[in-house]
Design a protein around this ligand. Structure first.
Ligand SMILES: NC(=O)c1ccc[n+]([C@@H]2O[C@H](COP(=O)([O-])OP(=O)(O)OC[C@H]3O[C@@H](n4cnc5c(N)ncnc54)[C@H](O)[C@@H]3O)[C@@H](O)[C@H]2O)c1
Length: 283
């Protein structure tokens, strides 16, 4: 693999583009307009400057990385790439229409990996001309710091596409794990949401307080953060993801408890709004 395209230059796309460019790949960073993609490149550059200030990078490496990053808004660049990593919003229609445009240009053997967090791979691959080239490539936020790449095979993913992505992961300094069945939420989000849902159930049943459940997880299981502290990072997203899991799996164990419904109804979305499971108004 030599040339890469990243579709969507938001939180995930810009991170994926950054680690790929750092590894020496030529990366076309695509978004709806070149201006959006260029702004994302500027943000990456600002992040690299912070790393230089901390002594973790030098000017030469920064320049090399930025030279490998080409902001663009034309799907035609897909003709020139071996791998496309898609990180557009988590919406089936937006993702599918993006693939339809990409397939007008890309080579039949170019691989398309989606960064979807929850949507089954075969659902997204349903209208592709070449579904065998398609699979899940699930990165984690922030991409430069998180070492994991979750690879998800769809029903029609070819061994060649899977093996190429498995071999690609260490070249961008990521450790791959393979999700053999495309269940909603894959491995990481299923584990995470199961723990969070169980923590909420313990709270709802009066077994323990948020504080004590978090302390139990940190000191008894060595979790770096408790499940309620984790959820407060973005309670609105937690709520959306739990409902999505109920919808996609039909399993009631993921249904948000009334206490979470109440927080969301009151606009308490966690740390950024000053209140979630905990009160941050004094901080
Ligand atoms: N944010 C996370 O923590 C995280 C973690 C893992 C996976 N993901 C997944 O990665 C994908 C991208 O998430 P993100 O957080 O980077 O999103 P984001 O909103 O930060 O970025 C999405 C980008 O897609 C662009 N885009 C392209 N086509 C678009 C269209 N038709 N309509 C609207 N925007 C369009 C937007 O301009 C934007 O730059 C999603 O599938 C998400 O589930 C997110």
């Amino acid at each position: 693999m030599k040339n890469i395209m990243v579709c969507g230059s938001g939180a995930m796309g810009s991170g994926i583009a950054q680690v790929s460019a750092a590894a020496g790949y030529t990366v076309y960073l695509w978004d709806l307009t070149t201006e959006i993609a260029q702004n994302s490149k500027n943000k990456i550059a600002a992040g690299l400057d912070r790393q230089i200030a901390r002594g973790k990078m030098n000017e030469e490496a920064k320049e090399a990385l930025l030279n490998n990053l080409i902001p663009c808004c034309d799907f035609a660049v897909a003709a020139d790439v071996d791998l496309i990593m898609e990180a557009v919003p988590e919406n089936i229609e937006i993702k599918k229409s993006t693939y339809a445009k990409l397939e007008q240009y890309c080579r039949p053997d170019a691989i398309i990996g989606t960064n979807t967090s929850y949507i089954p791979i075969s659902t997204l691959a349903a209208d592709l001309q070449h579904p065998e080239r398609f699979l899940g490539m699930h990165f984690f936020n922030p991409v430069y710091a998180m070492k994991l790449l979750e690879i998800i095979r769809g029903e029609k993913t070819s061994d060649a596409a899977y093996e190429a992505v498995l071999a690609f992961a260490p070249t961008i300094n990521k450790t791959p794990v393979t999700c053999q069945k495309e269940i909603p939420g894959f491995i990481v989000n299923r584990l995470n949401k199961a723990v969070q849902a169980e923590a909420m159930r313990l709270l709802h049943e009066g077994v323990a307080s948020c504080e004590d459940i978090d302390t139990a997880a940190k000191l008894g299981l060595n979790y770096p953060k408790g499940p309620f502290e984790m959820m407060d990072g973005n309670l609105e997203l937690t709520y959306t993801c739990l409902n999505l899991l109920v919808e996609l799996t039909g399993e009631e164990r993921f249904r948000p408890i009334p206490e979470l419904e109440a927080l969301i109804a009151e606009g308490n979305f966690g740390r950024r709004t000053g209140k979630g499971w905990y009160d941050y108004s004094e901080q």
